[in-house]
Write a protein that binds this ligand. Structure first.
Ligand SMILES: [Zn+2]
Ligand SMILES: [Zn+2]
Length: 139
């Protein structure tokens, strides 16, 4: 069972990662990763720190921090402990599947990608990072 697919902005706010991608030639994948509670105090949702002046999230921060107790975890270690929920249509056999995989992005052809295999035909499916906003999805 996957965690709930986000539908509202408030739900998307609770995510670390969310993407919807076309998988060539005719497949599709959506992936979403929820933020998790602080491993230390169990209360705050771990997130990127906010800039004290502007209140904006520091996207490039190397750490995730707990807003309640200030516990910090290194970005990569934290992200790799999370689960990515993936809903997909296999580009090869058209199988419609759901799978939970570790949120580990690997470099594939110079791009960060989530990699998994179709549960039916074994086809390798890559969810690559978007280059820019939504443009890439429309080709
Ligand atoms: Zn905490
Ligand atoms: Zn398949």
């Amino acid at each position: 069972m996957l965690e709930k697919k986000p539908e509202t902005d408030a739900e998307i706010e609770k995510l670390v990662y969310y993407t919807q991608r076309k998988i060539r030639p005719n497949g599709h994948a959506a992936a979403w990763v929820y933020r998790q509670k602080c491993p230390k105090c169990g209360k705050g949702l771990m997130g990127k720190p906010r800039d004290e002046k502007t209140g904006k999230v520091k996207i490039r921060s190397p750490d995730y921090i707990c807003p309640d107790c200030g516990h910090a975890v290194e970005k990569k270690a934290y992200e790799e402990s999370l689960t990515a929920n993936v809903e997909y249509i296999c580009p090869k056999c058209r199988y419609k599947g759901e799978i939970g995989i570790p949120f580990k992005r690997k470099k594939v052809q110079g791009m960060d990608a989530l990699k998994f295999s179709c549960e039916k035909c074994g086809e390798t499916i890559l969810i690559t990072k978007k280059m820019k906003e939504k443009k890439e999805d429309s080709d």
